[in-house]
Design a protein around this ligand. Structure first.
Ligand code: BGC
Length: 748
C-alpha cells in the first residue's frame, strides 16, 4: 500500500499560506484598531491583559472602548456573581434557561440542534449584557469517571467537532463570542491544576484537538480558554506549541485567549507563548508586564499585538448598552423551547425487553422510586451551574403526562450523597455524606411496598452534581447510596420495572442489567428534562438519542484504567479550589507561587494513544455494556444496500433508510471506516460521518453520507504532517458502533 505525505510540514505550510478561514472576519477592523492602539498609554493597554472583576476585563473608557463581560457557562447563562467572586449578586432577573448538559446535547447527534442550542445561549447572553460565553466545553471524554464528562460532549472527535462547530456558529451568529474551552487535553479533574498530560503528537492531533480545530477554522471561534493542565511539559496558558504554533500558526486564529480562572502561571510564559488575558488577578499580566518592558525583557509592541487581538473580539461583538442589558428575565420562551427540543432527542433507550416501554394503556398505577426523580440538577458542579427559571423534574413530567387516569405514587428509596465544599454543612433528612451508604432499610421497605402495589415501577437512579463535578473525578462508576440493593428489591417486588439513569456520565450497570427489563439514559436534561422524558416513556415520541460514549461493563475495561494510566499516583491540589482556601488566600503572591510550585507534579501518560472509547473496545475486542452510538427506538429501521463511490474529493455512500414502524421516528445513521490491509496503525474502525434523519411511519428515504479526503488523513509523526494512506477502505453503515447493517468497499 502506498503512503504519500500530502502536506508539507505543517509549520512550513502555515508560514507560507495560512488557510482562509472564518477567522479572517476578525481582522476587518484592524485599521481602526491600530489607530486606537496608537492613542493608548502603556498602562491602559496592560489594564486590558487581566481581569477587572471576576467576570470582566477592562476596555478603555476614555476612548469609548467598553469592558468585556464574560459569562459561564456552557449550558445556561450563569447567575450574576459579585464583582469580586462567584458569590451571588442576589439579582432577580438573572434566571436563565438551563439547557441539557454537554453529554445530553451530544446524545442528540444533531448538528441542527447544536446550532440552535448555541443560538439560545448567544441570545440570553445578550439579554444579560454579556459579550463572551465561557463555552462550549469540548474536551474528549477520556475517562468514564471524569468529573466534567457531563460538561463535555463525546469520546469521539468527529461527533464532538461537528457539535462544537455548530454551537459556535449558533452562538456567534447572535452576536456573542464563544470562549471554547479547555484548550487542550483537559480530560481529568484530579490534579487538574498541575497535571502534565503526556501524549504523542498523533493522538493530540487526531483525537484531542479536533473539536477545537473545526470550531476555530470553520466556525471562527473568537476566543479560546487554555486549560489548567500542562501538555507535554508546559502549562496550556503558556504552551508555545498549542497556542502559537498550532492555534495561531496553523489554524490562523486571530482572536484572544483567556486563561482559565487561576490558570495563568508566569509573566514571561504568558507574554511570550500566546496568552492574552489573565483571569483572574493581575499578578502576572499587570504591573510585572510594565516592569519587564522597563528592563527590556518585553517590548511594548508585544503588548500592542495582544491588545490588537483582544480589540478584534471587542469590535466583533457589540457592547450591550447598560440601559438595555438586564431589563427582562434572562430565560426566554424561545430558548426554553430549544431546551425541550434538545431534551426530546437526547433521551437514550438502552434496553427494552418484553415491550415494557412505552407505558402500556393498561397501566393504571405507576410507582416512581428514587430521589433522582425529584432531584433538580440545574445548579451545582461549580462553573457549569445555572440558576434556572424553572426545572421540570422527572416526577413532575410523569405526573403531568399521566393525567387523571393514571395514579402516580412516589417514594425516595435512597438518600442522596451530599458532600459540600462551601455553604452549610448540615445534611438534609434525605441526604448522606457517604457515597457507599448501604440501602436504608426504612426507605427501602417503603419503596418496595409502593412497587408491589403498582402496575409499573419506574426507578430513578444515577449520580448527582456532588458526585459528578468540576474539581474532582469519581472514584468509580458504581451506582451510589445503595441503589443496586434497592433496584434488586424492587424487581423482586414487581418485575415490571423501568430504570432511568439521571447522570451526566456512564455508570456501572452490571446489577441493573440483570434485573431491569428496560433501561433509559435520561441525562441532566435541562429545564424541560422531565417533560421530554415523560413523552418518551409514554410513547408520545419515539426515543432517538444515541450514546456519545461507551458504557463499559466495568471501569477497569476502559483504556486508561486497563493500562494503569489513571488514577495518577501523585495527589497535588486543584488550583481553583486552592484559590479559595483561607490559608492560601492569606499568603502573599510569592508565598502562593512557592506553595503551588511545592505541590507534587503529577503526570498523566496517554499510552493508550488514540485508542480512546470505542476505538479501544473494538480493537481490543472488549465487549462494552452499551456501545458508542447505541440507542433503541420504538420502531425498526431497515438499511438498504450501499452504493459507494470514492473520488478525488473523498468517499460517498448512499442507501435507503426505511421506518418500518407505525409512528414517526428519528434514526441516527452512522458511517464508520475500517482500513483493509493497512501499513499504518489504525483503530479497527472510526466514525467518519453521521446524520439524524426524521422519518414518518412507513417512510423510506435515500440518504447520502460523505467523507472528505482530508478527513481520512492521519498525523504522520515522522513527517510532522497530515498524510493520506491510499488503499482499501471498508465502509460500515449502521445504527450503532456495534450494530453495523451494511458494508461496502472502496479504494482511495
Ligand atoms: C472552570 C471554567 C470556568 C471558570 C469560570 C473554572 O474553574 O474550569 O470552565 O469557565 O472556572 O467560572
Amino acid at each position: 500500500m502506498k503512503r504519500c505525505v500530502i502536506l508539507a510540514a505543517a509549520l512550513l505550510a502555515a508560514a507560507c499560506n495560512t488557510p482562509k478561514s472564518a477567522q479572517d472576519r476578525l481582522t476587518v477592523n484592524d485599521a481602526r484598531i491600530n489607530a486606537i492602539i496608537a492613542q493608548m498609554t502603556l498602562e491602559e493597554k496592560v489594564e486590558m491583559l487581566h481581569s477587572k472583576t471576576n467576570m470582566s476585563s477592562a476596555g478603555v473608557e476614555r476612548l469609548g472602548i467598553a469592558d468585556i463581560n464574560y459569562a459561564d457557562g456552557p449550558f445556561g447563562i450563569r447567575e450574576e456573581g459579585r464583582p469580586d467572586g462567584f458569590m451571588s449578586a442576589g439579582w432577580t432577573l438573572d434566571s436563565a434557561t438551563f439547557f441539557p448538559t454537554g453529554s445530553a446535547l451530544a446524545a442528540t447527534w444533531s448538528e441542527e440542534l447544536a446550532y440552535k442550542y448555541g443560538s439560545g445561549m448567544g441570545k440570553e447572553a445578550r439579554l444579560r449584557g454579556k459579550d463572551v460565553i465561557l463555552g462550549p466545553a469540548v474536551n474528549i471524554q477520556r475517562l468514564p469517571v471524569g468529573g466534567r464528562t457531563y460538561e463535555y460532549l463525546s469520546e469521539d472527535p468527529v461527533l464532538s467537532a461537528a457539535l462544537a462547530l455548530e454551537y459556535t456558529k449558533g452562538c456567534q451568529d447572535e452576536g456573542t463570542a464563544v470562549c471554547i474551552k479547555h484548550f487542550a487535553v483537559n480530560n481529568q479533574e484530579t490534579n487538574r491544576g498541575s497535571v502534565n498530560a503526556i501524549l504523542s503528537e498523533r493522538t493530540l492531533r487526531e483525537i484531542y484537538l479536533k473539536p477545537f480545530e473545526r470550531a476555530i477554522i470553520e466556525g471562527g471561534a473568537m476566543s479560546v480558554m487554555p486549560a489548567y493542565n500542562k501538555v507535554n511539559g508546559d502549562y496550556c496558558s503558556e504552551n508555545e506549541h498549542l497556542l502559537n504554533e498550532i492555534l495561531r500558526g496553523e489554524w490562523g486564529f486571530k482572536g484572544m485567549t483567556v486563561s482559565d480562572w487561576g490558570g495563568t502561571h508566569s509573566t514571561m510564559g504568558a507574554m511570550l507563548h500566546g496568552l492574552n488575558v489573565q483571569m483572574t488577578g493581575s499578578n502576572y499580566l499587570g504591573q510585572p508586564v510594565i516592569d519587564s518592558i522597563a528592563t527590556g525583557a518585553l517590548t511594548e509592541e508585544m503588548v500592542d499585538e495582544k491588545v490588537r487581538q483582544i480589540l478584534r473580539v471587542r469590535f466583533a461583538v457589540k457592547p450591550v448598552p447598560a440601559d438595555v442589558a438586564n431589563t427582562v428575565m434572562t430565560s426566554q420562551r424561545e430558548c426554553q423551547q430549544i431546551a425541550l427540543d434538545v431534551a426530546r432527542k437526547a433521551v437514550v433507550l438502552l434496553k427494552n425487553e418484553n415491550g415494557v416501554l412505552p407505558v402500556s394503556k393498561d397501566v393504571k398505577k405507576i410507582a416512581v422510586i428514587g430521589q433522582n426523580a425529584v432531584l433538580k440538577v440545574q445548579s451545582g458542579g461549580m462553573g457549569a451551574g445555572v440558576k434556572a427559571l424553572y426545572e421540570v423534574t422527572p416526577l413532575e413530567g410523569i405526573t403531568r403526562r399521566a393525567g387523571a387516569d393514571i395514579e402516580v405514587v412516589y417514594a425516595p428509596g435512597y438518600r442522596n450523597y451530599a458532600r459540600r465544599m462551601w455553604g452549610p454543612q448540615e445534611l438534609g433528612p434525605l441526604e448522606t455524606s457517604r457515597i457507599d451508604e448501604p440501602a436504608d432499610p426504612e426507605l427501602l421497605a417503603q419503596a418496595v411496598e409502593l412497587a408491589s402495589s403498582a402496575d409499573l415501577v419506574i426507578f430513578f437512579g444515577g449520580t448527582n452534581k456532588t458526585i459528578e463535578t468540576e474539581g474532582s473525578d469519581r472514584k468509580d462508576i458504581k451506582l451510589p447510596c445503595g441503589q443496586e440493593e434497592l433496584v434488586q428489591a424492587l424487581y423482586e417486588a414487581n418485575p415490571s420495572l423501568v430504570s432511568v439513569l439521571i447522570s451526566g456520565g456512564p455508570t456501572d450497570l452490571q446489577v441493573l442489567e440483570k434485573v431491569s427489563p428496560a433501561i433509559v439514559q435520561g441525562w441532566w436534561n435541562g429545564t424541560e428534562g422531565g417533560t421530554a422524558l415523560a413523552e418518551v416513556l409514554f410513547g408520545d415520541i419515539a426515543p432517538s438519542g444515541k450514546l456519545p460514549f461507551t458504557f463499559p461493563v466495568k471501569l477497569e475495561d476502559s483504556p486508561a484504567f486497563a493500562l494503569g494510566n489513571f488514577p495518577d499516583k501523585n495527589v497535588g491540589g486543584d488550583l481553583f479550589t486552592l484559590m479559595f482556601r483561607p490559608d492560601v488566600l492569606a499568603m502573599s503572591p510569592e508565598e502562593r507561587q512557592a506553595f503551588i510550585a511545592s505541590l507534587p507534579q503529577p503526570e498523566s501518560r496517554y499510552t493508550e494513544e488514540f485508542y480512546v472509547g470505542y476505538r479501544w473496545f473494538d480493537t481490543k475486542e472488549v465487549k462494552p455494556m452499551y456501545a458508542f452510538g447505541h440507542g433503541l427506538s420504538y420502531v425498526d429501521f431497515t438499511y438498504g444496500p450501499l452504493r459507494a463511490k470514492a473520488g478525488s474529493n473523498g468517499v460517498k455512500v448512499s442507501f435507503n433508510l426505511k421506518n418500518e414502524g407505525n409512528m414517526p421516528a428519528d434514526e441516527v445513521v452512522q458511517l464508520y471506516v475500517r482500513r483493509v490491509g493497512s501499513e499504518v496503525e489504525w483503530p479497527v474502525k472510526e466514525l467518519k460521518a453521521f446524520r439524524r434523519v426524521s422519518l414518518r411511519a412507513g417512510e423510506s428515504r435515500s440518504i447520502t453520507l460523505e467523507v472528505a479526503l482530508d478527513n481520512l488523513r492521519y498525523w504522520d509523526e515522522r513527517a510532522s504532517a497530515w498524510a493520506l494512506e491510499h488503499g482499501r477502505l471498508e465502509l460500515l453503515v449502521g445504527s450503532a458502533s456495534d450494530d453495523i447493517r451494511q458494508t461496502a468497499e472502496v479504494s482511495i
